[in-house]
Ligand binder design. Structure first.
Ligand SMILES: [Zn+2]
Length: 454
């Protein structure tokens, strides 16, 4: 039979560890905990956390003994306790000594940090916080430590990049933004920073070495003027493109304004018929009731039609298709606005740039004369960005993956809702939108396949 100390050594899984004592205790929530008291074998003791140099002399011991939370053992909370002094490194000064089972300044083991980080890729933070029994702010700190461990030099992501996309995403309900730069060829985030606007993008541009700058040939983004200005200033040999999903978004926004106006009109009609009925005009009640009901139904259909109008027709559910059909029959203006949005979207599916240009010019002509103010306005915006739109098609950056990456970032931020530390959020975006693999403890040789034991 294996002894308790052997079991505990295996649980912590660190070479050169000596287990001095194991005891149970109850925490303040009356949960059972195991406390494993350890020390490191002599030759392994007291490393500088920065350079890894070993020191035999301690400086002082402000903590005396420190506790780290380890992964649970069958629901029992596990803590490691060790004597932790400070050392004086000749290069880095006085530092708390490094221990092999935890990252510096962490109260959790590395296995714990890695497990939380792996979960963060798939679960929202409150679910992780409940299942791991940690404060949800700790989730962000675990992720930040793991990212720093997996990728000590983030700047190497900036080497040899050819096509980049710039986007800003709001977090905390639209009050705060982060700017994210994506490598279109790998669909990974290569840079992210707090705030948005020209000054943030300039920070990115100035951080690049001349070689890194010259390798960039394509820059995509929304229609913002400052992106165009930065491209001219920092990447004079690069082509400026507009992300197709932004252009479609402009059209969808214009369409939604038309929809809301149509809904208000239908509602007014329904109300005015109802009012005239209320004033009582005998004999006409039945027809007026029908008109009122029809107007009310139309208003309801329009109100519910946001998704039907916004979606591509091939993705409509049956009831959404019916709603669209109803609009086609009852509201000519709204339906035309919908057709304008759809045909603009389809231009990005044309491969041939000359054909696309022809289609775009035809679209602009149509929109200019459509007598829908929102689309007349949009047409002007499209004309201003015509060259950028055609660049997008010519250079084939019009694929759906760009939007997928963008949505992934938005989803990540939603999962981490309530983030107070932007730096940790940036670590999260950099880590999860990359090729970095997050290992879990004790996974042996299996690679994703799991036996189906009952
Ligand atoms: Zn050092």
């Amino acid at each position: 039979m294996i002894s308790a100390t052997t079991l505990c050594k295996e649980l912590i899984n660190v070479n050169g560890l000596v287990v001095d004592d194991v005891e149970f205790f109850s925490n303040k929530y009356e949960e059972l905990c195991i406390l494993i008291k350890v020390h490191l074998r002599k030759g392994l003791q007291w490393k500088c956390p920065v350079c890894g140099r070993r020191y035999t002399e301690i400086y002082d011991a402000p903590y005396e003994h420190k506790r780290w939370r380890a992964l649970d053992f069958g629901g029992i909370l596990v803590y490691i306790e060790a004597y932790l002094p400070r050392i004086r490194c000749k290069e880095h000064g006085v530092k708390t000594a490094d221990v092999p089972w935890a990252f510096p300044n962490s109260n959790f083991t590395k296995d714990f940090d890695y497990t939380v980080t792996w979960m963060g890729k798939y679960l929202n933070h409150s679910a992780i916080s409940k299942s791991m029994r940690i404060d949800w702010r700790t989730v962000g700190r675990c992720i930040a430590r793991v990212h720093e461990d997996l990728e000590p030099d983030v700047n190497c992501r900036l080497d040899g990049v050819v096509k980049i996309g710039i986007d800003e995403t709001s977090y905390r309900k639209g009050h705060s933004y982060i700017t994210v730069v994506v490598n279109h060829e790998t669909n990974t985030v290569i840079w992210a920073a707090k705030d948005h606007g020209k000054s943030v993008l300039q920070k990115f541009c100035e951080q690049l070495t001349p070689e890194q700058r010259s390798s960039i040939k394509v820059v995509t983004g929304d229609g913002a003027r400052w992106i165009t200005d930065c491209v001219k200033e920092y990447f004079p040999n690069a082509e400026r493109c507009v992300d197709p999903f932004h252009v479609v978004e402009w059209a969808t926004e214009a369409l939604d304004k038309v929809r809301i106006a149509a809904w208000r009109r239908a509602l007014e009609t329904a109300k005015s018929v109802a009012v005239s009925r209320g004033q009582g005009r005998p004999g006409k009640d039945d027809t007026e009731a029908q008109i009122a009901a029809a107007a009310k139904k139309k208003a309801d259909q329009i109100k519910k039609s946001m998704y039907s109008l916004g979606k591509a027709p091939e993705h409509l559910t049956q009831s959404q298709a019916v709603r669209l059909e109803m609009i086609a029959r009852s509201d000519n203006q709204l339906y035309r606005a919908y057709l304008l949005k759809e045909s603009l979207r389809l231009i990005f599916q044309i491969d041939d740039v000359d054909e696309a240009e022809e289609a775009l010019i035809a679209w602009v002509k149509w929109a200019r004369h459509c007598r829908i103010a929102e689309f007349v306005e949009l047409q002007r915006k499209i004309m201003r960005h015509k060259d950028h739109i055609l660049n997008t098609i010519r250079l084939d950056v019009s694929n759906a993956r760009i939007e997928a990456t963008n949505n992934k970032i938005k989803l990540l931020i939603r999962q981490a809702y309530g983030f107070h530390d932007v730096d940790n959020m940036i670590h999260m975006v950099m880590l999860y939108c990359s090729d970095l693999k997050i290992p879990l403890p004790n996974r042996g040789t299996r690679e994703g396949s799991f036996s189906q034991a009952a």
